[in-house]
Design a protein around this ligand. Sequence first.
Ligand SMILES: Cc1ncc(C[n+]2csc(CCOP(=O)(O)OP(=O)(O)O)c2C)c(N)n1
Ligand SMILES: [Mg+2]
Length: 919
Amino acid sequence: MFAHVTTTVGRSCETERMLFDGSVHQLPDTDPGETQEWLDSLDAVIDVHGKVRARYLLSRLLERAREAQVSFPATVSTPYVNSIPREHEPWFPGDEHIERRVRAYIRWNAAAMVVRANKHAEGIGGHLSTFASSASLYEIGFNHFFRGKDDGTAGDHIYFQGHAAPGIYARAFLEGRLSEDDLDHFRREIGRDGRGLSSYPHPRLMPDFWEYPTVSMGLGPISAIYHARFNRYLLNRQLDDTSNSRVWAYIGDGETDEPETLGALSLAAREQLDNLVFVVNCNLQRLDGPVRGNGKIIQELEAVFRGAGWNVIKVIWGSKWDNLLAQDKDGVLLNKMNSTVDGEFQRYTVEDGNFIRENFFGPDPRLRQMVAHLSDDELRTLPRGGHDYRKLYAAYRAAAQNLGSGRPTAILCKTVKGWTLGPEIEGRNATHQIKKMNADQLRALRDRLYLNDEIPDSALEGDVPPYFRPSEGSIEYQYLIERRRALGGSIPKRVVRARRPLELPDGAAFAEFDGGSGGQAVSTTMAFTRLLRNLARDEKFGSRVVPIIPDEARTFGMDSLFRELRIYASQGQKYEPVDHDLLLSYTESSDGQILEEGITEAGAMSSFIAAATSYATRGVPSVPFYTFYSMFGFQRVGDLIWQAADSRARGFLLGATAGRTTLMGEGLQHQDGHSLLLASTIPACQAYDPAFAYEVATIIRHGIDKMYGNNPADIFYYITLYNENLVMPARPAHVTDADIIDGLYRWRAAEHDARASILFSGTSYGAAVEAADILRDSYGIDVDLWSATSYKSLRDDAMEVERWNRLHPSQPRRTSIIDRTLGTNDLPIVAVSDFMRIVTEQIAPYLPDRRFLSLGTDGMGRSDTRESLRRFFETDAQHVVVATLTALVGSHGITNAAVEKAIVDLGIDPEATNGLSRD
Ligand SMILES: Cc1ncc(C[n+]2csc(CCOP(=O)(O)OP(=O)(O)O)c2C)c(N)n1
Ligand SMILES: [Mg+2]
């Protein structure tokens, strides 16, 4: 149908035809005579009444077929009109007039806030036009749909579009939650004890206000999908009753180009997330210009969403168009709507009524006649659906009533970017970037919003537009407060309250790891898997453990958990798995514990965020353990990890198959020698590179305590896990928890006089121990061996101490962990790890008088054996020996010639290509 509309629609039509053709040709025609009669009827309709009528009849037939449950391939496109016809619009229960007044105040204050901010601090930025286009989309939600949480429930979860933040502040101001002084600290977060208003939704900086960071485009939508899914997980596992909470995600039409925005739509349909509503603000513009100048973004999105199985509601035209459409007997208006591209629609927003008459209606005499009775001004102000309150109400109500249908909803609203901001801003290509308004523009806005009484001309004479807040006795204030009270209180509001508190695990789960692996070679990944199972088995704590894996469990040896913990599948397991006769068969269940996400690190990370923030969003803490290929973590989904930090996530990220030489055979796209470096860029992330099972267990036990115990911290952990099997030593008696957590401790002291300190982390412990033996046996050099579990933690601590000492020169000096450990002697230091040298070098500046030599895996990985790789990257025992001797040249009788001889004796080729080569 409608193949003439646009390329997109044309394409979807092709697909349909193929589908029809494919199935029709395979079916026998059991009554050719009857078939012919139907075809003749159609031909007759086309001949006599034309194609429009034929199309109408076919649509009706399809509708009837659907009603009669005659299954039929879904059409992905509908005409460019509202999905809900006027006759199906519900009664509007609010007071339209008061709500319009409230909206006007909010629009005004949002604009005033941005303009004032830029008056006070030139270049501070902010956005006027995004919220101007979406004010009604939010207000309909605030007044009629969004559930708050003041009644003790968790309410709805609302992802506000990042750039619309000024409007959300403006509403909070009206509600009395923010003061004028607060608004005047928009984008000024330093000073006033940091109580500024964040540029965008940032829970990290406004932890009592914002809940969901959205400003990095695409991350809000994918997080919202997985959040809605996680709510179902909580429900199915009986951890929380989430059935009354909806997830609303506000998205820009330009934002839909981000792969994350649309990339997980099919999951939402597959998981039947009818608790999810996307509201897409289709103002047809992005930052630079039109989103689809030559096409129609709404039609394109409709096809994508419907194709993915979503319920789509288009809100394209305002009420005034209804009368015109009602007269459109021969479909010329519809045809014009269908065939006008977005670039033209944008043009109509900036041109006058006569231009619209001539160009939109004019060419077709029937269309021109249809609007003959309307003045130019009336033509210019024929509103788009996204600015029509009743149309929006109808759409939102339909979305709300969609609960139970099993389908998520997308509301596609057509709006004008910069709506009401006047001809120099509205619909202009530069509108996104405009943050200033002059006195004339402000006056025009004031007039357009009918705020002449509230904001007299005199108030606009100065440079600084005033705010306006109706008095508490005013009808508008009463109305707006009453609406929110009825819906459960103000939004957004981030609260941390333990609706269903978590009980910490007892020590039993961790106990076995201090004993070592008893001579058996195991990897830290295996140890972690065992610990995870122990934790999940903990009677009280266990149900809160959320293991997350993106299709890699077998790689990590975690498939052993499938049977016991079961894989979450909202529909249960409808088949007998191929390995049903195995002890550890693939077991799916509607109350399964494991989130087996498939090959989507972005999706898995979104699940992580949902679980890691449930302590706040639901008041039901859960403890995610997201285990992934360490190479596909920070560098693949780093922005989501940053978002997790902003969200105040609490949980564990486990970078498995870590190290550039430990994961052998896989090559440069898999071998990770830098995730720890990337982890060090995230302040809230505690990054650890443990060597031993007891270290892994201690870090996790401490982490659970720190994040979920008394006085919890909003941090999360990144822990590397390796797949090399080594005999795990028992924890030495002298090693305390604090040693491991602080990041560095002497694991094994020299037997006699230590000449050097060798620091190891992760699997490089093997090379370090072997090197220590060679040094002792062949060179008579005794060394201390140190386990460096976290260079980030050491550096964080050292930076703080250094700063304090610098700014308090007359006070007794404080000492850092580095001072208290390595700083107690002056031995040279050799640090080795399976990561880039810069990871260990993080501590070098804090050891200014020491010889510090780092060995690491700089360079791109390659596939080979561990042994060859370690020789290539020069991190094997022999290289550690040479590095230690080098560091000792000039002392204990060690000369350059001695080092040279060692190089030969140890079989090292100094001219060999190595990791640093750029090839
Ligand atoms: C990942 C990412 N890339 C780029 C930006 C910068 N940016 C901010 S707003 C914007 C345009 C937004 O257009 P749209 O999604 O249509 O939203 P609108 O303001 O039109 O509602 C861009 C490119 C961003 N915030 N995040
Ligand atoms: Mg846009």
